[in-house]
Write a protein that binds this ligand. Structure first.
Ligand SMILES: Cc1cc2nc3c(=O)[nH]c(=O)nc-3n(C[C@H](O)[C@H](O)[C@H](O)COP(=O)(O)OP(=O)(O)OC[C@H]3O[C@@H](n4cnc5c(N)ncnc54)[C@H](O)[C@@H]3O)c2cc1C
Length: 549
């Protein structure tokens, strides 16, 4: 089988599949270096009911509240009940979380959590530690044993598309291995199972916390293969990303919510706190609430950022809990002990993705997805802080369990299909155009006319094909398809809910209690919902009440 991506989800899926299916080949391919994804940048930690008095029920309740009516309660139940053991297994693998001298985990609080339940490592370097532990385990699993082959991992190998049989089943991948001279080229790997763990879509926007590899490749290639995507309109903008000055682009340093969890608060340019009175949790309100409040304050005061005041936290907290954030502030000549930190919302997390069931299966036979590339239904309209590393662990483990129940036989790809797709590659330079457009028209604030203009512009960008195939052109092509699908879903959802904010429809509406499912082909039975060549279907939430755990 092939696993695409080497973040928390991909490596967990590969390790578990290797263990569950001794004797089977597991190939992990990744676009850049093994640790180059969002996982290693995660700061705050992993949420799980691990502390005294905390329960999966309470974790579930907070997750459902953040999800604004659109979480799948069954998926949430799975996340919160299987989460604590998944974190314990990660610790068993060697991940070192912060603990007191007696070994009791140090747990912090983040926005939307009513309890301290976020396990963290190295103060604010949780992702780096999770990545370190998982990649060490991956290296340990590389050697062949008497039981079977080890996991093979290939860096600088970008998956381009899926190979499929004539009846649509997965048959492998095409990939571009990016190397020197004769090692550079396009090839194919045959496999009856492909697990997409390609991470997020932050590179759709000018300012993002996501690294350069987060171009929505898995989502795009899954869509091209006929898979369903869900909840694409729900992109979480992290409220507190360091503002680096006008016109700054690319990955921007995150100021974790945990800083507010420890007592920092937001102020406007005149030093006035503005979250108090807007929400019962004030500065620790769910992310969409805080991001929207910041956007409002910026609009009212005509400024392009607000400030985070953490001066009172003191030297010990800044050096012991937040060494990475402090270092990144100092790098930009801001001393958080003395200075206010300029902050602005930036694209952070895709709550939607390739739609999966609770075993990680997409709608394409043989195709699985996990981590940020997937939409398991746990996040609904807005992800609760620190639930994503946990989701990556829990649902990647479930894929391996599903595969252990039976693998499909290797299938013959229909090569003609592979040659037909994609119809045309976008130009590499389209990336910047798409980012500017999405930021202006489909970012934190959206409106019908703005989204229509975005769709028009995307259509024009799509007509301008590339004559230079290569990684950059494929990334632009993927960003273009994901942007088109996201804009289509955001246009259709005429309400404000969770992280989707429509200025022309400022209230949530019960008519929209459900999911928008986007496909490139298939589901064509309802042509009235065709948007830009994509089919967008509204699927109401099930009416049968589902009990909480
Ligand atoms: C700055 C920051 C802070 C965060 N803090 C937290 C936190 O405190 N707690 C929390 O729970 N979550 C946090 N998140 C979110 C969380 O880190 C991510 O959602 C999670 O790590 C995603 O894991 P993943 O394995 O799905 O993807 P990633 O870790 O992004 O990995 C994706 C992998 O896929 C590879 N890839 C992509 N496209 C291709 C392709 N075409 N071919 C081959 N390989 C490909 C990439 O190179 C990479 O290896 C944070 C995110 C960021 C950016």
């Amino acid at each position: 089988m092939v696993v695409v991506g080497s973040g928390v989800a991909g490596v967990t899926a590969a390790l578990n599949a290797h263990e569950a299916l001794p004797g089977r080949n597991v190939l992990l391919v990744t676009k850049s270096l093994l640790d180059d994804g969002s996982t290693r940048w995660a700061q705050g930690g992993i949420a799980a009911a691990l502390g005294p008095g905390d329960t999966p029920e309470q974790h579930s309740r907070d997750t459902l509240v953040a999800g604004a009516g659109l979480c799948d309660p069954d998926a949430v139940r799975t996340l919160v009940t299987e989460g604590p053991d998944a974190v314990r297994r990660l610790i068993g693998l060697g991940a070192r979380f912060d603990a007191d001298p007696a070994g009791v985990l140090a747990l912090t609080r983040e926005g939307g959590h009513l309890r301290r339940r976020i396990a963290h490592a190295g103060g604010d370097a949780t992702g780096a530690e999770v990545s370190r532990a998982l990649l060490l385990a991956l290296a340990d699993a590389a050697a062949d044993t008497d039981e079977g082959p080890g996991i093979e991992a290939i860096e600088h190998a970008m998956t381009l598309d899926l190979l499929q049989t004539t009846d649509g089943r997965v048959a492998g991948i095409t990939l571009h291995v990016i190397g020197e001279g004769q090692h550079d080229g396009v090839g194919a790997v045959l496999a009856p199972v492909v697990i997409l763990a390609t991470g997020g879509i932050g590179q759709l926007y000018v300012a993002t916390t996501n690294p350069a590899v987060s171009t929505g490749d898995g989502l795009a290639l899954g869509l091209r293969a006929g898979a369903q995507a869900a909840d694409l309109e729900f992109v979480q903008f992290h409220p507190t990303v360091m503002w680096l000055g006008p016109g700054s682009t690319g990955r921007q340093p995150l100021i974790s919510e945990a800083v507010r969890g420890e007592g920092a608060f937001l102020v406007d340019g005149d030093g006035r706190r503005f979250m108090t009175g807007r929400h019962p949790l004030a500065d620790l309100a769910p992310r969409d609430v805080v991001a929207k409040a910041i956007m409002k304050v910026m609009a009212e005061t005509g400024t392009d950022h607000v400030y985070l005041d953490g001066r009172h936290l003191g030297e010990q907290i800044w050096t012991e809990r937040f060494p990475t954030i402090r270092a990144s502030c100092l790098e930009h000549h801001i001393d958080p002990l003395r200075d206010l930190i300029p902050v602005v919302p930036a694209a952070h997390y895709a709550s939607g993705g390739l739609r999966t069931d609770q075993s990680g299966r997409t709608s394409v036979p043989g195709l699985y997805a996990c981590g940020e590339a997937a939409c398991t239904g746990v996040h609904g309209a807005n992800r609760l802080a620190s639930n994503s590393l946990l989701e990556g662990l829990v649902f990647a483990e479930r894929i391996a369990a599903d595969l252990a129940r039976g693998l499909p036989p290797t299938a013959e790809p229909a090569w003609s299909l592979a040659r037909e797709r994609p119809v045309g590659l976008s130009r590499s330079s389209a990336r910047g155009q798409i980012q500017a457009l999405m930021t202006e028209r489909a970012g934190v604030l959206r409106s019908g006319p703005g989204l229509a203009a975005a769709a028009d512009e995307l259509r024009k960008i799509g007509e301008d094909a590339s004559d230079q195939p290569g990684v950059a052109a494929w990334e632009s092509t993927n960003l273009h398809l994901v942007a088109t699908a996201l804009v289509a879903a955001a246009s259709v959802r005429t309400e404000t809910r969770g992280s989707h904010w429509r200025e022309d429809y400022p209230e949530a509406s019960d008519d929209w209690l459900g999911h928008l499912i986007v496909t490139v082909d298939g589901l064509k039975a309802q042509p009235d919902l065709l948007v830009d060549g994509l089919t967008v279907i509204f699927e109401p939430m099930p009416t049968t009440p589902v009990s909480t755990p």
